[in-house]
Design a protein around this ligand. Sequence first.
Ligand code: ADP
Ligand code: MG
Length: 296
Amino acid sequence: LVGPLDTLTIWVEQLQAAIASYARIEGLADVPREEPRPAADPVDDRIEVADVRFAYDGGRDVLRGVDLVVRPGERLAVIGTSGAGKSTLARLLAGLERPRTGSVTVGGTPVADLSPDRLREQVVLVTQDHHVFHDTVRDNLRVAKPDATDEELHGALEALGARWIKDLPEGLDTEVGTVVSLDGARAQQLSLARVVLADPHTLILDEATALLDPTTARETEQSLAAVLRGRTVIAIAHRLQTAHDADRVAVLEAGELVELGTHDELVDAGGPYAALWASWHGGHDDQDPRREPGAT
Ligand code: ADP
Ligand code: MG
């Protein structure tokens, strides 16, 4: 089993890496909730994390008995201090790691057992890293959907407002990275176009702190909103506004899920989330609600 599994893992890693992008996830707030995707099957989409323990390389457990059901179509924000295990959980949810004990399933199947095609349909992890290969725009995009037609590729770029493709000397045949280099915003749009092409039911956004200028940030937030529409979204949130706007919030602390509920429920509960919210909201009640505690 080791051979084929390894190959699958490498393939998936490559795909997931290629699909990686940035995320200023406060863009979540702009996503309309209507228009459920017709392809989404509620039973098939249900993600269940059951008593998951996970350790890197035989080290201590960095996830220590996490239970979580993600409902199809919901927007779940995951918050927690650095090192709490948020990115590890994201990797497990995306099938990039297997739990030491317990299970992570989608529609009842362990997510790490899904075929690459099935995985790509089900769940894609988006991180802050861009992966633009020294290759044509076409091949850069086809990583996410090998049989995509040029029409589909143009459609995905258009969905993100990436009009620059029309200005490239050879369109989709233009080699990027060598002949033409893509700036950060364009690289992000390319990454997000891959997500549109992969068209997964569930999108996991791991926090990104890409420091974009405000105009680019706003444009990309709008692009992200288009990508998120109608999907299940699990957002590793670095801004409390994201948690506030989500359907539910999960709070991780030292590898344990210590709170799970709606923003209002957690504020009423008076636990760690309530404290975090109070300290942040108290300081910024009439100004920019997107600012973090301590942000300048
Ligand atoms: P978060 O995303 O909440 O900051 P992580 O999931 O990245 O937390 O990390 C959880 C714990 O696992 C931390 O103690 C971190 O040092 C450790 N860790 C993360 N990645 C690795 C790795 N590749 N190898 C070993 N330990 C890791
Ligand atoms: Mg992290």
